[in-house]
Ligand binder design. Structure first.
Ligand SMILES: *Cc1c(COP(=O)(O)O)cnc(C)c1O
Length: 330
């Protein structure tokens, strides 16, 4: 069966760099949403704990339950509390959420500073804080999210100055955070209470050179195993749609990974593995053919490279990998 390896060494290397930037391991909130960007939520949570990370960010209650035992603090980005937990904090993304949260829930308020996705508007902060108090919720932090931390279009600076305004006019005693990976590495003197770091920890952050030259090491590698081999003669075709006509007799093997597992069909006929093995024909649902006779193939060890081939971002390559693929820490 195809499988995934997770490099402890590379993950810790990335965390070392991140901790240097946040100036404290305690300020790293590792983003573990979407099965830890496809890496495996429990595997990455246990590695993070081993490193000394104490905070995590997830999307849902379901994910929070899985990682609670590993951390002191868990922030849920978009769900309604089901049961009480002293560790879990819930995000208020909209005024309408306040009434849905039970009394005494620990909450963090998301403010829209210019991305215009989630969060209350800046001029409603004071009145929403009052509503939160009336509902008996415990507000601990105010945060925002950058839409352009990895772009040089001026929006990052605008959001940053907007958030500064929010901080200035907010009551004392609250915590503040705004940085994802890209924003964190844009800061020359990080001083917020924590940073919500995902892609940098997984080693697939790509930033314009003007923003950062920091290099990270990809944590995840994907391997596939051979199911069968064929000798294909000159003039014959390989795979669905007969999109590859063979010029010279060749040995082609079929491996147990396909778009159903998260290996994109857009790799068809164009992909080449890090070891220079060429794909042959179209990627099927559970199979892909390569010009190789190896029992096992390393499909990729850097999601950014696959992203480049198929025209997407490493986040999508990683989160597409199905949870049933076996993950192994190496
Ligand atoms: C996903 C997410 C992050 C992490 O972003 P990276 O670019 O992977 O570091 C941080 N904050 C919020 C609100 C997110 O949704």
């Amino acid at each position: 069966m195809s499988y995934i390896t997770l490099s402890r060494e590379n993950f810790f290397y990335n965390l070392d760099k991140i901790a240097k930037q946040t100036k404290s391991v305690d300020k790293i909130a590792l983003v573990l949403k979407d099965n830890a960007y496809g890496h495996g939520i429990c595997e990455m949570a246990s590695l993070a704990k081993e490193y000394g990370v104490t905070k995590a960010v997830v999307r849902s209650n379901n994910e929070a339950k899985k990682v609670e035992e590993f951390f002191e603090y868990v922030l849920v980005l978009a769900d309604i509390p089901q049961e009480k937990s002293p560790k879990v904090r819930y995000t208020i993304n909209d005024i309408s959420a306040i009434k849905k949260f039970p009394k005494d829930t620990l909450v963090e308020l998301k403010v829209n500073t210019g991305m215009n996705r989630n969060g209350i508007s800046m001029d409603e902060v004071q009145s929403v804080i009052e509503l939160i108090q009336e509902q008996g919720l415990k507000l601990e932090a105010i945060f925002t999210h950058h839409g352009c931390a990895d772009e040089l279009n001026g929006v990052y600076e605008l959001q940053k100055s907007n958030f500064l305004e929010v901080k200035k006019s907010s009551p004392k005693g609250l915590r503040f955070h705004s940085c994802n990976s890209a924003a964190l590495f844009r800061e020359s003197d990080f001083s917020e209470d924590m940073a919500r770091v995902g892609i940098a920890a997984y080693g697939c952050m790509e930033l314009p050179r003007e923003i950062s030259l920091e290099e990270f090491k990809p944590v995840l590698s994907l391997y596939a195993q051979k199911i069968s081999s064929q000798v294909v003669k000159k003039g014959e075709y390989i795979g669905y749609g007969a999109t590859l006509e063979v010029c010279d007799e060749c040995l082609v093997s079929n491996y147990d990974i396909g778009y159903g597992d998260g290996f994109f069909r857009a790799n068809s006929n164009v992909y080449e593995t890090p070891e220079g093995v060429k794909i042959a024909g179209r990627v099927s649902m559970d199979n892909s053919s390569f010009l190789s006779n190896e029992e096992e193939l390393l499909l990729f060890n850097d999601a950014s490279k696959v992203a480049e081939v198929v025209g997407t971002i490493s986040y999508e390559v990683l989160t597409s990998l199905k949870a049933y693929i076996k993950r192994q820490i190496v």
